[in-house]
Every structure is written in C-alpha cells, then in structure tokens.
Design a binder for this molecule. Structure first.
Ligand code: 2P0
Length: 352
C-alpha cells in the first residue's frame, strides 16, 4: 500500500493594519479587515510534511518541532483537517480512480526554522503551512483564497500567509464566514525594494495571548469601536493605494499610526494590556526622529515601525535606506546577547 506525502513551507507575515478582535470566536471572523507583508526570508518559515496511508494506525497525529501535540476534538487543527477532508471527498466523488485518502489517517510534522528566541509568533506560518501541505497531499483544486478560509479557522493571521507580497484579509460581512478571506494586493515583485528588519527586544513569552487579549478588548474597549467603524475601513483603502503607487511615506505613516492605535486599544482594555516596553518606546522615538530629519530635508520617510502583541519591533524600510536604519539602531541599541545573525536581528526582504 503506498504512502502519499507532501511538503511545503509558509512564511511569517507582519501586519501593517492590525487584526485585533473577533466578531465570531468559533469561526474566527474578525471585527476589522487587516493587511500584512509576507516575509520572504528563508529562515522565517514553517515547513510541514503531511502524509497519509491506508496502513496507518487509526487517528490523525501531529508533531510540532519534533514534539507530539494532541489534536483536540473540536479544536482548531481538527476543524481545519475536517474541512480539508470534505474537499478531498468532493475530489473522490468526481473521480472514482482517486484514492480514498479522505478516509485514511494523517501524519503531520511541522518545523519552524526561526529561533524561538526571536519571540516571533509562529501560529500564522504554522497553520498556513499545515493547511497548504494537506491541500497539496489531497491535490485539492481550491485557490489560495479559498484555502485561506480554512487557514483562518486555524489562526486568524494564518490566512494572510497563504500569499506572498502584500496581502489583505477582508473581514467579510456574511455570518457563515464564506467571504472572510485573504487576497493578494500586490506580489513581492511589485515592490522588491521593501525590506523588513526584525529587532529582538525581548525573547520572553508574552504575558497576554493574542487570542484572549483581543476578546478582552472587544468586551471592554470603546476605542476599539471607533477604530473598527471609523478608522480601519479608510486606512485599508489608503494603504492599498500607497502600495500600488509604491508610495513609501504614505505606507510608513499609515503603518506607524495603525501600530500605535492597536497599542492604544490594548491600553483602553480593562484591565489594560501593555505589550510595549521602554526599549520599544525608545525605538519609536529613534524612528520618528529619523523620519523628522529626512522630511525636514525635503525627502521622504526613511522607516516605519510596527509592533505586534509583544515588545519586538519590525522596521520596514526601502533597501536604499536600510543601511542607515541598521546603523542607527545598532548605535542606539548595542547588542547584549548572541543571536544567530551578527546584528542580533534578522534583516529580510519582504516577499513571496
Ligand atoms: C496581526 N496579531 O494582525 C495582529 C496584530 C497580533 C497583533 O494576528 O486568535 O494569533 O489565532 O486568530 O492570529 C495575532 O492573532 O489570533 C495577530 P487567533 P492570532 O497580525
């Protein structure tokens, strides 16, 4: 009896317009649309191998970085696998010669090749790689946007990692979630000069998980209501236009504003959630000063900072300015720890 196998990898994505809040926690439907850049660097990826065989012992099994994880009944991973099996069944119904893989157990092994010390969220790349590898194993005809409907139910931000380049997660309006999916705004080749620098401020595990933190915000923050109704819709349009026009200053300005508003709604949550620390705030000050000086000389902005649910900074800059950004950061924040990269940071081109 043959064993069928597929291996894929999916990269991390970093949001410029942040996802924070669900209107439906079981289907993972967000309270606002979001937009991210998928990093193309080889060492910020999850690589996943899925295999299936009629001879495997009953029950699906999953390993993350070599350690077996339980696939909880009704849990996110199981929901994704059930949806993928359903699509495989449709393939088998149309083609009687197709092996009945949908009835066989799965074995899935996933590895993150980025240092856990970097404190980077791995759920986006991990769930995207899991969904994509099983879709390849099952030879599913669905498009990446259709697959994003399933990845979204594994982890919201995972839906955006099914595309490279600049990716929007459209929140959708339907209650069943069938229009809450990822679309590519522009591919990596559209703006290859865009680079990202990841500054590891702390490798400590975050105090409040995104999943629980965002629902506390939904329940208690009035600023979130302003954000989702009066800010994000226009911002999504504006940043998409800036990306298509390769207008870095507008892109940077919107990215920084959105990071700051995301952290403002965290602080507007009861009890308040603090993800930034003193070093994060110092990085904000340095980037603001770099941009102020550049604008004063009649030039455009040099860099944009953005922070997720933790103190680590991601700085976006055009390739021509990245040396200034790296030099300035190193000057103000001398390295105190050994990281795999000589700067203790990961400079990476953003792309597919
Ligand atoms: C984002 N974050 O847009 C935002 C910015 C964190 C801050 O997506 O509950 O891990 O699995 O849907 O996807 C983190 O949220 O949460 C996140 P779930 P997820 O990237």
């Amino acid at each position: 009896m043959p064993t069928y196998e597929a291996t894929v990898s999916a990269p991390v994505n970093i949001a410029c317009i942040k996802y924070w809040g669900k209107r439906n926690t079981s289907l993972i439907l967000p309270t606002n649309s979001s937009l991210s850049v998928t990093l193309s660097q080889d060492h910020l990826r999850s690589t996943t191998t899925s295999s299936t065989s009629q001879e495997y012992a009953p029950g699906d099994r999953l390993w993350l970085n070599g350690r077996e994880e339980e696939i909880v009944t009704g849990g996110r991973t199981q929901v994704c696998l059930a949806a993928l099996r359903q699509w495989r069944k449709e393939v088998e119904e149309k083609d009687s010669a197709a092996p009945k893989m949908s009835e066989w157990p799965l074995r899935i092994a996933s590895y993150n090749n980025f240092p856990t010390a970097a404190g980077l969220a791995s759920s986006a790349s991990g769930l995207a790689a899991l969904v994509y590898s099983v879709s390849q194993l099952y030879a599913l005809p669905q498009t990446p946007s259709q697959l994003s409907l399933i990845a979204r139910q594994g982890s919201g931000s995972a839906c955006r990692s099914l595309f490279g380049g600049f990716v929007a997660w459209e929140m959708g309006t339907r209650d069943d979630g069938s229009d809450s999916l990822a679309v590519q705004v522009a591919d990596h080749g559209h703006w290859p000069e865009m680079h990202a620098l990841i500054c590891v401020v702390s490798d400590a595990k975050k105090g409040t998980s995104s999943t629980s933190g965002m629902q506390k915000t939904v329940a208690t923050s009035s600023l979130l209501q302003h954000r989702i109704h009066h800010v994000v819709p226009a911002r999504m349009e504006e940043i998409s236009r800036a990306i298509l026009a390769r207008d870095f200053t507008t892109f940077a300005s919107l990215t920084m504003q959105d990071s700051n508003q995301f952290h403002a709604v965290c602080m507007d949550t009861s009890p308040p959630i603090f993800y930034l620390n003193d070093v994060s705030r110092a990085i904000i000050a340095v980037v603001e000063e770099l941009n102020r000086a550049s604008l004063a000389q009649g030039k455009g902005m040099v860099a944009a900072y953005t922070f997720d649910a933790g103190p680590n900074a991601v700085l976006y800059a055009l390739e021509e300015n990245m040396h200034v950004v790296v030099h300035t950061i190193n000057q103000f924040f001398p390295q105190t720890q050994d990281f795999p990269d000589p700067f203790g940071m990961l400079a990476s081109p953003a792309g597919a």
